[in-house]
Design a protein around this ligand. Structure first.
Ligand code: ADP
Ligand code: MG
Length: 253
């Protein structure tokens, strides 16, 4: 029987995942699958659970009900993660945060090299790989500077390069342009768009709906811990089916 991309095992699959912070129910029956190479934008009002959902994917958060499979590794509540599986997972899933999270006392190059060097990779090889990723996000000439000597846009591009050094199967972005001065937003979105066009799978929380429309294969809208609507980008923007989605789009577009 012929196989289509839809038959491929998803890279990430949430199955009826539920999570509480104390008594607050923050993820409600989340069902979501992301295919290898897919570009998904996750949007929704503040407090709707977007960051929490994203952080579940690389196990920065746990959950109480349901099942999550990431690149073949199954996570279920009440089962301790195997150390090796977790380390392997974090290597294959890169994450970029709103606040860059670079080490201020390390140079740009050292920030990129730290992870692979700790994993035991030879120094010269790491350096070469790190420089290649800095080229890719167009900050190679800043390699020997410290993060605070760079603009916010440059720092965020360094953070993206750091996530890329491990050749992740999936990149997670949590509002990567929200902390930037307006004039620097575009340079970061341009880098993200280029990565998407090169086939990098990504799950991206953002309010940049222009980016979503241009880059996303699929847009997922969350509200109050639930996925309200998930659709191919064109359909999502041109013909949203839920009134809550329409109300949100009216506010952000
Ligand atoms: P979003 O990213 O969509 O703004 P979050 O996932 O950050 O939403 O938060 C969802 C809900 O969970 C919010 O009500 C938030 O206050 C709460 N929350 C997030 N992180 C924690 C935490 N570590 N402890 C307690 N409550 C949290
Ligand atoms: Mg958030």
């Amino acid at each position: 029987m012929a196989t289509s991309p839809q038959d491929a095992a998803p890279l990430v699959r949430f199955e009826r995942v539920n999570k509480w912070f104390g008594t607050q129910h923050v993820l409600r029956d989340i069902d979501l699958a992301i295919q290898p190479g897919e570009r998904v934008v996750l949007c929704g009002p503040s407090g709707s659970g977007k960051s929490t959902l994203l952080r579940c994917v690389n196990r920065l958060e746990s959950f109480e009900e349901g099942r999550l499979t990431v690149d073949g590794v199954v996570f279920e509540p009440g089962r301790r993660d195997a150390e090796g599986a977790l380390r392997a997972l974090r290597r294959r899933i890169g994450m970029v945060f709103q606040q860059f999270n670079l080490f201020p006392h390390l140079t740009v190059l050292e920030n990129l090299a730290l992870g692979p060097e700790l994993a035991g990779e030879p120094r010269a090889q790491v350096r070469e790989r790190a420089l290649a990723q800095l080229e890719r996000v167009r900050v190679a000439e800043q390699a020997s500077k410290y993060p605070l000597q760079l603009s916010g846009g440059q720092q965020q591009r360094v953070a993206i390069a750091r996530a890329l050094v491990q050749a992740p199967r999936l990149l997670l972005f949590d509002e990567p342009t929200s902390a930037l001065d307006p004039e620097m937003v575009q340079e970061v979105l341009d880098v993200m768009r280029a990565l998407a066009e090169q086939g990098q799978a990504m799950l991206c929380v953002t309010h940049e709906m222009g980016f979503a429309r241009a880059v996303a294969d699929r847009v997922v809208f969350m509200d109050e811990g639930q996925i309200v609507e998930a659709a191919p980008a064109a359909r999502f923007f041109e013909a949203p089916r839920r009134s809550r989605t329409r109300a949100f789009l009216q506010r952000v577009l």
